[in-house]
Design a protein around this ligand. Structure first.
Ligand SMILES: N[C@@H](CCC(=O)N[C@@H](CS)C(=O)NCC(=O)O)C(=O)O
Length: 216
């Protein structure tokens, strides 16, 4: 099948979309963004057209090489397997396990609990404390883990998939007004990551669908 430029179905503020945007930027993959607004029109992720691409009704989804892939970590691992440079998983199996552990901690243990669809269920007045509780519980564990795995980044001194999960989750923590003082390692790594070009260009404040008042 003839494959054109990859298309990323993305929402500027979606932390899971940001993970993939960072991977695409780091690997120097040219792509187009198709914005999916998660609240406009009742949520464009619920349209029949988008559900045909991702039946989970979530962003991101990436159309690439003639396939459409949902789930940010599956997308990142596909990019890693097909475009291995620069690597986002270390060679050493123990370090690889640490990268996957941290990625899963964030992608399965924190983000889903504070995702839009869950927040809708808990009701307007409970949303902030609910999201804060989920993030604090995950960050308490993550800070301890990073104290033994981190170098400059989450695992040693190479940017890895774990870092692609960390920076977007810290942005969510800031959006939900979580006090980051108890997390010096998380904060230090996040600051280092945000200075990298790939994290900068893929940042929610610089996307085609970022509203004017949030652009920077
Ligand atoms: N495990 C999925 C989670 C995707 C996800 O939760 N996406 C959010 C944005 S970060 C979403 O589309 N939410 C829409 C909704 O909850 O209706 C992944 O890693 O891609």
């Amino acid at each position: 099948m003839q494959a054109g430029k990859p298309i990323l179905y993305s929402y500027f503020r979606s932390s899971c979309s940001w993970r993939v945007r960072i991977a695409l930027a780091l690997k120097g993959i040219d792509y187009e963004i198709m914005p999916i607004h998660l609240t406009k029109d009742g949520g464009q992720q619920f349209s029949e057209e988008f559900q045909a691409l991702n039946p989970m009704k979530q962003v991101p989804a990436l159309k690439i090489d003639g396939v459409t892939i949902g789930q940010s970590l599956a997308i990142i691992e596909y990019l890693e397997e097909t475009r291995p440079t620069p690597p986002l998983l270390p060679q050493d199996p123990k370090k690889r396990a640490s990268v996957r552990m941290i990625s899963d901690l964030i992608a399965a243990g924190i983000q889903p609990l504070q995702n839009l669809s869950v927040l809708k269920e808990v009701g307007q007045e409970n949303q902030l404390p609910w999201a804060q509780k989920a993030i604090i519980s995950g960050f308490d564990a993550l800070e301890r883990i990073l104290q033994s795995t981190a170098g400059k980044y989450c695992v040693g001194d190479q940017v890895s998939m774990a870092d692609l999960c960390l920076a977007p989750q810290v942005a969510n923590a800031e959006r939900f007004k979580v006090d980051l003082t108890p997390y010096p390692t998380i904060s230090r790594i996040n600051k280092t990551l945000l200075a990298l070009e790939a994290f900068r260009v893929s940042h929610p404040c610089r996307q085609p669908d970022t509203p004017a008042e949030l652009r920077a």
